[in-house]
Design a protein around this ligand. Structure first.
Ligand code: NDP
Length: 329
């Protein structure tokens, strides 16, 4: 019987949640056609919510989080993949209520896996991970809305975070002028190295927040934090522009008048990476491996091992992480 290491989150009698690296066995994994030996995973904000028992993410404990995994197929009970294939898994139920990538093996429905595109290594695919995939979906949202680089500057909020940092880098690579908004002004050089032309603080973005509309400053915005930052982004978007919304690290609330929508035709584009259908999912992974392949992936990344993950979970919940955290298994 194969045993392997995994981060295990357990619910205690006092309803607190503990985390430890524990030996698991393949028999502990759920049913599924596809067994994968995981080589890399990555840390996302949602993993921290899962690891701290957020019922909107994970309800069944003991549980191994990890919404991302990249590895090699051990066996596949249907004909979708063959032994030895390199695959990427992000989204669906992985790491939510299905044991995830913070373990050396996962067993999942084969419909959740994507064949790794040639232009990316397994490691690079996990530097991108769900955060980078979501950044890609957000940029695609702007492109499909007709927000082209010549239209003006693009605002990115939560810019040093996983989604934000990859969004800054993809936008810059695609020729956009990026204004990065961050709570960590000391990371200004990190953001300019990714391609931002200007860095503003969260406080600057919140100036005049009582006003229903602001000066038209941005052709579009990628918001990763929600709340009043998203509201300010919508109010400062120029006529016909668009704002993408994917996250809630600041707040799940949105308090904004209808004026930007009915007077400036601004569009609010919802972004979901979890249930993203397979055809656009494959198309985006191909784009991330070619036209949008980032040269700065290494600069974006801190590599950690399973033993470090618990401490990184605490850090991401405090908003202290910059860029992407890669887990090597
Ligand atoms: P990270 O924790 O890596 O980044 C979030 C960033 O938000 C931080 O680095 C910080 O950036 C900023 N931030 C943190 N706390 C606050 C606060 N209280 N107020 C304002 N800004 C804050 O998370 P991810 O990038 O992985 O995810 C970002 C969001 O997107 C999360 O809510 C996540 O759940 C969501 N998400 C949604 C997906 C979808 O499919 N819709 C997929 C992936 C993520 P800075 O210091 O630079 O301001």
């Amino acid at each position: 019987m194969t045993s392997f290491n995994a981060l295990l989150v357990e619910k205690q009698e006092d309803k607190s949640f503990t985390r430890s690296v524990t030996q698991r066995s393949l028999e502990d994994l759920p049913e599924g056609a596809l067994l994968i030996k995981v080589h890399y995973s990555s840390l996302n904000y949602k993993d921290a919510l899962s690891a701290t028992g957020n019922p909107g993410v994970s309800r069944n404990f003991p549980h191994t989080p990890g919404i991302d995994a990249a590895g090699v197929v051990v066996s596949c009970d249907d004909d979708r993949f063959s032994e030895g294939d390199e695959v990427i898994v992000t989204g669906y139920d992985l790491g939510m209520n299905t044991a995830g990538g913070f373990g050396e093996y996962i067993r999942i429905p084969s419909e959740w896996a994507v064949a790794k595109p040639e232009g990316l290594s397994l490691k690079e695919s996990m530097v991108i991970g769900t955060a980078g995939f979501t950044a890609g979906l957000s940029v695609l949202g702007l492109v499909e809305h007709g927000v082209t680089p010549d239209k003006g500057e693009i605002l990115v909020t939560g810019a040093t975070g996983g989604v934000g940092s990859v969004a800054v880098a993809i936008l810059a690579k695609a020729g956009y002028s990026v204004v990065a908004c961050t709570g960590k002004k000391e990371h200004e050089s990190f953001l300019t190295s990714l391609g931002a032309i200007k860095v503003i603080t969260r406080d600057e973005l919140l100036e005049n927040k009582e006003r229903p509309m602001l000066k038209e400053q941005y052709a579009g915005a990628i918001d990763t934090v929600g709340g009043e930052y998203l509201a300010q982004a919508i109010k400062a978007t120029q006529y016909g522009g668009a704002v993408t919304c994917c996250g809630l690290t600041a707040s799940a609330d949105l308090n904004v008048s209808v004026f930007p929508f009915i007077l400036r035709g601004v569009s609010l584009l919802g972004i979901d990476s979890v249930q993203c259908p397979m055809p656009p999912r494959l198309k985006l992974w191909d784009k991330l491996a070619s036209e949008w392949k980032l040269e700065c992936l290494d600069d974006l990344t801190e590599e950690v091992s399973l033993g470090d993950v618990s401490q990184k979970i605490d850090a991401i919940l405090k908003g202290q992480i910059s860029g992407r955290t890669l887990l090597k298994l």
